[in-house]
Ligand binder design. Structure first.
Ligand code: SF4
Length: 470
């Protein structure tokens, strides 16, 4: 708990007015404010959660892996303590200096770290869900508790992408939608699981670093590649054991005998015909509709994507394998005397190749990236000349972190960053009922650079004084 030095005011009945955000709660003795971050403890406004200092001396319990290592103290983290903004508190309005402006010496260099729990109305989460399964069409609405909280974005290689939150959902579409959006973002950013439904699509449970649960089924594998890539990777394993292979994929279905990989291996034409749009030899688009069946299509019978075999090249006894990009679905066929495929028991060597595809798939996970803009009024808590902070970040003189975790900074204007929420300590995020998310942000730079950009140098506190806090 941190005692707050904000200009909270004590009323005659013992209530304190918290001024850490625009809500300006009156908090009764023994109670907390609307966001549960601040409380009135015996007439003193306190920040309820502990202020997190990483690598604080004496607090890091690390398992030794060199039991007898005489010159190693068991510490695997950086030697210097790292002041994060988690639990540091917020100042409002923004011209007030940030809650902690800490000076320290790192390898002989005078450094400053400015930390604050930023209140973000302009924020959201980008979600990557490792699955081939069709979750919904791009631009479809994503809902939580029935409220729109985002939309489906362009899918990426082996993953479906969602964009959640943002200022329009938080502020622009009614009170309930704003509240549900805020709750959804908060839960996801703090490592919780959230059930989302996609209009005309799937129901999916999302949690950072956990497997997605799609329509009640936990996803197992992220595909090894598209159908064409799978052909390219495993063509040699199939050569000599089968006459053709079709790798069924919603995006690019591959056909070994036509594919360049098959050509280089000297494979003969089999007369196989795919009902799809031929892109280049052995690569077909739109063989079926998207779905949750084979290779992210809607099919459960792989033969449904085949046309009649070309009699010019086909012959009875032709052996072919059909497999999905995860190895989850596979079937083996031979052509009968009338050139119709008949399913047969999978030969051991082909079963081994299917197992190899599955082995080469990575575990399916959800990734949650928090994205926010720290290039606005928050900068005034760092410096009296905000644009100099932006320039300093752009020139790499100031390092931005989020709860101590590295961020990706977008090019262009502002200080727009993304961070993998799984790199932050649990429950590092908070909220205020405006509604907006509260996220820790730290700015670290050399003392002389801080002075040059008009920093609040009068507010500097030593690292020792911070560490001596309970
Ligand atoms: S919502 Fe939280 S931060 Fe805002 S005034 Fe109330 S207690 Fe303070």
């Amino acid at each position: 708990m941190t005692e707050v030095t904000a200009n909270d005011t004590l009323s005659t009945d013992g209530r304190i007015r918290c001024d850490a955000c625009p809500v300006m709660c009156y908090i009764k003795p023994g109670l907390s404010g609307a966001c549960d971050r601040y409380a009135n403890e015996d007439g003193v406004l306190i920040r309820v959660d502990p202020h997190v200092i990483l690598n604080r001396p004496g607090t890091q319990e690390v398992v030794r892996f060199l039991e007898n290592g005489a010159d190693w103290d068991g510490n695997i983290l950086a030697p210097a303590p790292v002041v994060t903004a988690i639990g540091a508190g917020t100042t409002y309005p923004d011209y007030k200096p940030a809650p902690f402006i800490v000076s320290s010496k790192i390898q002989g260099v005078d450094m400053v770290t400015v930390v604050t729990e930023g209140i973000f109305s302009y924020c959201g989460a980008k979600i990557k869900i490792d699955t081939d399964r069709h979750l919904g069409l791009e631009r479809s609405i994503v809902r939580a508790a029935g409220e729109p909280v985002g939309h489906v974005m362009t899918s990426e290689y082996g993953s479906q992408m969602l964009s959640l939150g943002g200022v329009h959902h938080l502020t622009g579409s009614g009170k309930k939608q704003g509240r549900v959006t805020c709750e959804t973002l908060l839960s996801l950013c703090n490592g919780g699981a959230v059930e989302l439904t996609i209009d005309d699509g799937a129901r999916v449970v999302v949690q950072a670093n956990a497997a997605p649960i799609i329509n009640g089924e936990p996803e197992q594998r992220m595909r090894v590649g598209c159908g064409s890539a799978t052909i390219g990777m495993f063509a040699k394993q199939w050569h000599g054991h089968v006459d053709d292979v079709v790798v069924v994929d919603d995006h690019i279905t591959g056909v070994l005998s036509e594919h360049q990989a098959g050509k280089l291996l000297g494979m003969a034409e089999t007369g196989i015909r795919i009902q799809g749009r031929r892109s280049t030899p052995g690569r077909y688009f739109e063989v079926a509709d998207p779905g949750t069946g084979w290779g992210g299509t809607d099919i459960s019978d792989p033969l449904s994507i085949l046309g009649a075999f070309d009699k010019k090249h086909a012959r009875p006894g032709i052996r072919f394998l059909m497999v999905s990009t995860t190895g989850e679905h596979a079937a083996y066929y031979e052509l009968d005397d009338s050139l119709r495929p008949r399913e047969k028991a999978m030969p051991d060597q082909l079963a081994a190749s299917v197992a190899l595809i599955a082995e080469n798939c990575e575990p399916a996970l959800c990734s949650v990236l928090f994205m926010a803009g720290a290039g606005g009024s928050l900068r005034s808590g760092v410096t009296t000349n905000p644009v100099r902070l932006t320039k300093s970040v752009r020139e790499a003189l100031t390092k931005v972190t989020c709860g101590g975790a590295p961020v990706y900074l977008w090019p262009g204007g502002g200080i727009t960053f993304m961070v993998d929420v799984s790199l932050l300590p649990k429950n590092a995020f908070g909220y205020v009922p405006t509604p907006a998310l509260v996220a820790p942000v730290e700015f670290s730079l050399r003392l002389n650079d801080y002075e040059r950009l008009g920093g609040h140098v009068a507010e500097l506190r030593s690292m020792a004084s911070i560490l001596s806090q309970p």
